[in-house]
Design a binder for this molecule. Sequence first.
Ligand code: BES
Ligand code: ZN
Length: 462
Amino acid sequence: MADLDAVLARIDADLDQALERLFALLRIKSISTDPAYAADCRECAEWHVEDLQSIGFVATLHDTPGHPIVTGHARAAAGPSALFYGHYDVQPVDPLELWDHDPFAPFIETRPDGSRCIRARGASDDKGQVMTFVEACRAWKAVTGALPIPVSIVIEGEEESGGASLPPFLEAHAAELKADIGLICDTGMLDPETPAITTMLRGLCGEEIVIEAADRDLHSGLYGSAAANPNHVLARILADLHDENGRVTIPGFYDGVRELSPELKATWDDLPVDAADFLGAVGLSVPAGEQGRSIFEQVWSRPTAEVNGMGGGYQGEGFKTVIPAKASAKVSFRLVFDQDPKAVREAFRAFVRARLPADCKVRFIEHGSGRAIGFPVDAPAFGRTRDALTAEWGNAAVFIGSGGSIPVAHELEQKLGMDVVLTGFGLEDDRIHSPNEKYEFESFRRGIRSWARIMAALADQR
Ligand code: BES
Ligand code: ZN
């Protein structure tokens, strides 16, 4: 306990330097999806290697067909071992004109009420969150000369672009990376005062469809009603995806979907946030999902079909009377429980083909996929983490789900056979993936303190 208090004091005393380190990382433009930034991604990986080495980790940069992966090991201590995962890559910054500042020139913004936040692309997703863990390690090393538990770290650079390098890397390095528990800091809190452990994340299946009919765009007066119109065909198919109660109509879509356990449903029903709060924050008021399901059931434990983009025909200035030769849409399915991304993809394709009128053709373009995860919370690491979070924040930590996806969580579970504790300090209004991304200063400070406590709690074998 005396050690932990000294570590927490050290964290508070070292905050300015910790911020400087984070700012150095935030200045690197590690946009993984755009090849123009490949050198920046590498620079980020090199930065992490040096930084980890400076606190006594054996750290290595591994080249991959994509962006480098960083590993680090600090094996000195006894006790249950942990593997921490994070990503150094960030989302593109466009539309740049919507930013109030240079996305890669981090700064502290002080609000009228005195609260402060860190502004930059990646401040919350995921550089700031990754550094909460690294800074906690630094403080433990500085105060006691060692970490409370053996720690391995893997930091990748392709999370935001659905890159393929990590799964084979995990397989090839399984023996080196396998630990008693996985730790991920890439999720959020329930609200600014209430820490959370995310025990369920939805999976993903992305698919693009292109409907084609006539061999050219046609005059809509000369051919109208006689010629098949791909816009109409596409709209009809997409509209057919849901029934009037918000249920997805694709045959077999719900295979593998389970009902929540009554216990979990009860804890979600008790959360101090309701549909009005959740939707009100983005200017909405009425849940649009499956009827008869609570807002948290809808976004955390039910699968979706969402049209993320659609286009066809003339969309420029003014008006043009045309029947387009093709129309297309990008559709994503968020998956839950045991839904199989491959089966969902096939079922969707069959659904589309069954609705294709004469003279129309369809092409499918496959995008990323991954299964959902759900961890039973009876492993001791969950209770210990929850208690450590509660001690730091004052409010009891809660178990939540999240509608987002972190594909590596399933990989860690499957390939390394590990339970994964996902906890993070992001807030709903952090604007991740959007212009003007931010991370609360208190998320950073208390996030570091939280990890210092979590490591101590995991070490405690009693
Ligand atoms: N960190 C996010 C996911 C997230 C955010 C989970 C907030 C829980 C709370 C992650 O970096 C992300 O955005 N993932 C993508 C998936 C990826 C395959 C492109 C997503 O969910 O769309
Ligand atoms: Zn992200």
